[in-house]
Design a protein around this ligand. Sequence first.
Ligand code: PEP
Length: 252
Amino acid sequence: MSRKKIIAGNWKMNKTPSESAALAIACVAEFGDIADVETVICPTFTGLAVAREKIAGSKIALGAQNLHTEKNGAYTGEISGDMLKDAGCDFVIIGHSERRQYFGENEETVNKKIRAALASGLKPIVCVGETLDVRDAGGTEKLVRTQTTGALAGLTAAELSSMVIAYEPVWAIGTGRVASPAQAQEVHAWIRDELTQTLGADFASKCRIQYGGSVKADNAKEILSQPDVDGALVGGASLDAKGFAAIVKATL
Ligand code: PEP
């Protein structure tokens, strides 16, 4: 089964709205016409409106980095799926390790957020991945299987058809340390096997699993050529349009 590769840029808490506009314009110039690989940029909430305007008419899709579990209400400072959809988002990142580490997110909140995203017509990019301690203790397989099933609990293959999973070893995020292609492939295969067991072989063969963790222009090709690696979720390197474009082009 051939799966269309998907490269998403997580801008994290970087770029003011005017800087976001400039970066979005540069992304359009560098790779805005590429259709053979799906591309997504995920600015901050305040950068969404300008980014939407600047990528209009290009092949680049818009994503957010987080959403709240409820549709609306007394949740000061929060943003709902309906708001993101109306702001032009197609995708939303859920359960990023920084959200798990600094904001207490866990399988239960991730599950609720996936439901909220789907209810608003957003495609979830669901992050899983182990810390270095877990890897060193030999617990990676167990953890990613648990994170995957916990996140998807009670949801059907039909409901999850738009979902993308991002395998992001925490020890490789923003550290410059990248998983070897073999390490990435091994974990992606475990995740796909877990999807086969819980949601069926047809679903598992279609679901895209991205790798994330210090992906750069010079290491992208080797990682992206692994059979179960269907794209990348890129942090730091997505803040430079030329570098990000090189990762996009490495998939072609
Ligand atoms: C990320 O934040 O999802 C990420 C993978 O970051 P970086 O590429 O900077 O390691």
